[in-house]
Design a protein around this ligand. Structure first.
Ligand SMILES: NC(=O)c1ccc[n+]([C@@H]2O[C@H](COP(=O)([O-])OP(=O)(O)OC[C@H]3O[C@@H](n4cnc5c(N)ncnc54)[C@H](O)[C@@H]3O)[C@@H](O)[C@H]2O)c1
Ligand SMILES: O=C(O)C1=N[C@H](C(=O)O)CCC1
Length: 250
């Protein structure tokens, strides 16, 4: 049995994770903590893997504290920068237990992970690429972690293919062209009724490819969360791993 503690357990994602862990035959819920609870209650004596879904402003602090406490961590919270990832790597290098793991996924839904993969494959073949992410209006960060990850993957694939800048004659822009991430324009929509959606547009003269992923319900993230918990608990992924694609045969 994998003993799983959840941090952010009262949130939209955390409460689904509690339910998913309770429904899994090979996992059992250890502690379910939220804001104001004492994180030091989580120790290797009661927990194998912590699942962390909180808010971008506190997630790094939680992860660093949990690594110090000797437990493995699966993180779904967004807001990760290169500098924050370096801090996690440094904490893991000093971790109390041999082979400790932190796994971070911008998106646990198979549709989103595949969309990202297909975008990487398509990127070298198109002159233009833009990302549109669409989410519920209670989301606190923009653009989404998934859109940043997708844009970075497209930027990297374009560079590797020797592609230059995308064509764009814009001379005046009050913000309508979106945020530029790694050379890729990213646009964020917040609309009541939406959950989590992403569209990647690729263009050449006379043709367009659209790749779209839709998470209509948060249950779409749960198979990915449980897969990550199992992979991390197996001990086969020491150190920091970013992206569910590492656990899929893509
Ligand atoms: N990776 C994915 O697949 C995926 C999917 C959905 C959402 N997310 C991300 O997960 C995060 C959470 O999203 P949500 O919709 O569940 O948000 P939410 O606001 O519903 O939940 C966040 C929870 O964290 C709690 N919290 C805040 N500070 C805390 C602290 N210091 N310690 C413990 N708990 C604390 C809050 O009280 C709340 O219950 C966001 O960053 C979101 O973008 C990722
Ligand atoms: O609902 C959210 O918030 C989501 N956040 C992640 C992101 O920012 O990419 C994943 C999708 C849902």
């Amino acid at each position: 049995m994998i003993r799983v503690s959840v941090v952010g357990a009262k949130g939209r994602m955390g409460s689904h994770v509690v339910e998913a862990v309770n429904g899994a035959a090979d996992a059992q819920l250890a502690l379910a903590l939220d804001a104001g609870d004492d994180l030091t209650a989580i120790t290797p004596d009661n927990t194998d893997v912590v699942v962390e879904f909180t808010v971008p402003s506190v997630s790094l602090g939680n992860v660093l504290a949990l690594v110090k406490q000797g437990v493995d961590v699966v993180v779904g919270t967004t807001g990760w920068t290169d500098d924050k990832l370096d801090q996690v790597r440094a904490a893991l290098a000093e971790a109390p237990r041999e082979g400790q793991s932190v796994f971070i996924a911008p998106n646990f839904a198979i549709s989103a992970v595949l969309a990202d993969h297909f975008a990487k494959v398509a990127a070298p073949y198109f002159e233009s690429a833009e990302v549109i992410e669409l989410h519920h209006p209670t989301k606190v960060d923009a653009p989404s972690g998934t859109a940043i990850h997708t844009a970075q993957a497209i930027g990297e694939a374009r560079r590797a293919a020797g592609l230059g800048d995308m064509p764009d004659a814009t001379e005046t822009d009050g913000g309508s062209r979106g945020q530029v991430v790694d050379g890729v324009h990213v646009h964020a929509v917040r609309l009541r009724g939406l959950n989590a959606h992403e569209e990647v547009l690729f263009g050449n003269a006379g043709e367009q490819l659209t790749i779209r992923a839709d998470s209509f319900d948060r249950i779409s993230f749960m198979p990915g969360v449980l897969l990550a918990v199992r992979k991390v608990a197996s001990g086969a992924f020491p150190g920091l791993t970013v992206g569910l694609d590492h656990f899929l045969d893509l």
